[in-house]
Design a protein. Structure first.
Length: 293
């Protein structure tokens, strides 16, 4: 699994590779928790690419309901079928119901798509940012995660022929219920170490020179220890490295940091704190530590 992730340019820890392997072998959903921006969603994308499987993504948000996430009926088409049946003299209610509540009128949303997929093998089913939904929808997923099936009142149970590979992510804005956690394997995705983040920058921004890469990674690592309102994630580190490379920078200085800090920090209070002098102090520490190596 480490080799598979490496081929897709994802720098994974041994613990992450192990839990991914176990999730595949045991056919158990995998719950990934961690701060926003640490690469949880990317894991599902990389797994889909590495295994050559389709990726089906359910992006969660407040107010997400079954009709958006699981299925709904094509009501205009059903009404048209009812009118046509009446026009042709078909009035038997049970026959009409069997006809309109059939697969032809069923609109499959991500959950049902994941259970019904045929081509390309079992898909990777990404349930992204589950903590943004309410507890009622979370409870609805329990049947899916334990039996790989959902119940549709009009037609019965829809069960997957081959269980999808389910990846669930959460930014921990609220606690996920124990009933759901029991059905999953679990892994906490933390911010990368300096060595791992440096390797990520080297892979994702190959044009960034070695000295600049070391300085910016060291700076970001120190920023995350300041208890900011929103710590920069890996995506922000890559954006900053890309921006500095586009500006032909070969090293960090206070002016360059100030000019480009908006690619790294996204809250004004955090930016003000850095520009008031704390950022200059961090930069001096980074340069001093690198000079001593």
């Amino acid at each position: 699994m480490l080799e598979l992730m490496d081929r897709q340019n994802y720098v994974a820890s041994r613990a992450l590779a192990t839990v991914l392997f176990l999730s595949l072998r045991m056919q158990r959903p995998l719950l990934l928790e961690g701060e926003a921006g640490v690469g949880k969603t990317e894991i599902a994308k990389v797994l889909a690419q590495g295994l050559n499987r389709p990726l089906i993504r359910l992006q969660c948000y407040e107010g997400l309901d079954i009709s958006t996430a699981v299925y709904e009926w094509n009501y205009p088409a059903q009404m048209l079928e009812i009118r046509l049946s009446e026009a042709t003299g078909e009035t038997e209610r049970s026959a009409i119901e069997r006809n309109i509540f059939s697969d032809d009128y069923l609109i499959r949303r991500p959950v049902l798509q994941a259970l019904s997929a045929k081509e390309g093998g079992a898909p990777i089913f990404l349930i992204d940012e589950l903590d943004r939904t309410d507890e009622a929808f979370e409870a609805y997923l329990l049947e899916l995660l334990s039996e790989y099936q959902v119940s549709i009142p009009e037609i019965g149970v829809v069960k997957a022929d081959e269980p999808p590979i389910v990846i669930i992510t959460t930014n921990r804005t609220r606690e996920i219920h124990d009933a759901l956690k029991r059905r999953c394997l679990y892994h906490w995705v933390d911010y990368p170490t300096a060595e791992a983040e440096l390797e990520i920058v080297r892979r994702k921004v190959p044009g960034c020179n070695a000295a600049l890469s070391e300085e910016l990674v060291g700076y970001v690592q120190k920023l995350r220890r300041l208890d900011l309102f929103k710590n920069p994630g890996i995506a922000e580190t890559i954006d900053w490295a890309t921006a500095l490379t586009e500006l032909d920078s070969v090293g960090l200085d206070p002016e360059m940091v100030s000019d480009t800090i908006g690619t790294l920090l996204k809250y004004q209070d955090d930016i003000a704190r850095i520009e008031e002098g704390e950022g200059r102090k961090l930069l001096e520490e980074v340069k001093s530590e690198l000079a001593a190596v």
